[in-house]
Design a protein around this ligand. Structure first.
Ligand code: UPG
Length: 347
């Protein structure tokens, strides 16, 4: 999917995370001349340095909240992927201003630094929680999208092409529900399900990386790219995992947590009225009108009435066997299921 990248230079903010590590490997494989990782945690960088052992990867300690640290890392780079964020819904509810500082002001720093040093393309990673947001994480990611779009709308001669991508839950990402449920099952406990009827979109890490690559190759300034995905209920997810590990499908119900929604929306009906359907992806272009709306009178109004939002309650619903098959495509899950099965055989 990626074109040849020899002599091309990349920066990934939050580059030690699940997305960042996968993207770094893809860029190295595609021949990138240099990949910089900007992040706060020196021990994660050190572990990655030892694991990769590749001198085309350079590590920058810094924080997107600190403009100078972003500027230093962005200097000389042609392409930037902005993945650094505060992402946990409940913790952002308790510390909303921290989410504003990282997700909104930090993202604005990234946009400004890229423009200042003449980065060619910047792709910012957003989430379905940014659509009709009810929690601080989603609200701040929605504002991040607005910052990115305003950059494109307000700067006709912008040097940096800025696009966003939006996706749902990445299966087995750090701190997410799938490794948690597996851990609970392996310890002999019951998965703690918030609400069995709650639905989420499911996407693999390679699919999320593919979406970013698509935006990187095809995006126009201000675009938001969305990857279409199937969804499942959390009750079915817990059941599928219990089945895979050969334990009775039972769980404890916790109740919905701070800031959570029963379902997530990947694209609103307002966006779908303008979106371009690209098969696996949707492209939502920026509304590039200025504030003189009367100038656009003849373009008329777009009809939103017949459209429905694209959300995880009306997306294709995966059955329990389908979830089991999907989970077994994840190397981490496969390895844990096989290890558990082998342990049963030897006892
Ligand atoms: O003990 C638990 C923890 C979570 N859940 C449920 O599992 C689902 C997924 O939870 P989790 O894996 O914590 O993800 P989300 O809170 O949905 O948020 C994730 O998915 C987003 C995309 O929607 C990303 O933007 C976020 O960074 C990422 O944390 C939700 O319905 C939770 O209610 C449980 O049932 N039990």
């Amino acid at each position: 999917m990626l074109p040849s990248l020899s002599e091309r230079r990349f920066l990934i903010t939050g580059g030690t995370g699940s997305f960042g590590q996968t993207m770094v490997s893809r860029l190295l494989d595609a021949g990138a001349a240099e990949v910089r990782v900007l992040s706060r945690d020196e021990s994660k960088q050190d572990a990655m340095r030892h694991r990769l052992g590749n001198d085309r990867v350079r590590y920058y300690i810094g924080d997107v909240r600190d403009y100078d640290s972003v500027l230093k890392a962005a200097r000389g780079m042609e392409f930037v992927f902005h993945a650094a964020a505060l992402k946990q819904v409940p913790s952002c509810e308790f510390f909303p201003l921290e989410a504003v500082r990282t997700n909104v002001l930090g993202s604005a720093n990234v946009v400004d630094a890229c423009e200042r040093v003449g980065v060619e393309t910047l792709v910012l990673l957003s989430t379905d929680k940014a659509v009709y947001p009810v929690n601080a994480m989603g609200m701040t990611k929605a504002l991040m999208e607005k910052v990115a779009q305003a950059h494109s709308r307000n700067n006709a001669s912008a040097r940096t092409r800025v696009c966003c991508v939006r996706y749902g839950n990445v299966m087995y990402s750090r701190g997410s529900v799938i490794p948690l449920f597996i851990d609970q099952i392996l310890r002999g406990g019951l998965p703690t399900v918030t609400d069995p009827t709650m639905t989420r979109f499911l996407m693999s890490l390679p699919e999320s990386v593919e979406l970013v690559e698509h935006a990187f190759v095809f995006g126009q300034p201000g675009d938001v790219f969305i990857r279409k995905a199937d969804a499942c209920t959390i009750g079915d997810l817990a059941t599928a995992l219990c089945n895979l590990f050969g334990v009775p499908a039972k769980f404890n119900v916790l109740g919905i947590r701070h800031g959570e929604k029963l379902y997530e929306t990947l694209a609103s009906r307002e966006e779908l009225a303008f979106a371009e359907d690209l098969g696996d992806f949707l492209r939502v272009p920026v509304d590039s009108r200025d504030l003189n709306y009367s100038l656009y009178f003849e373009e008329g109004d777009v009809e939103h009435g017949g459209l429905a939002d694209f959300h995880s309650h009306n997306a294709r619903r995966l059955s329990v066997p389908e979830i089991e098959s999907l989970l077994m495509t994840l190397p981490e899950v496969r390895a844990q299921v096989q290890a558990a099965a082998a342990a049963v055989v030897t006892t």
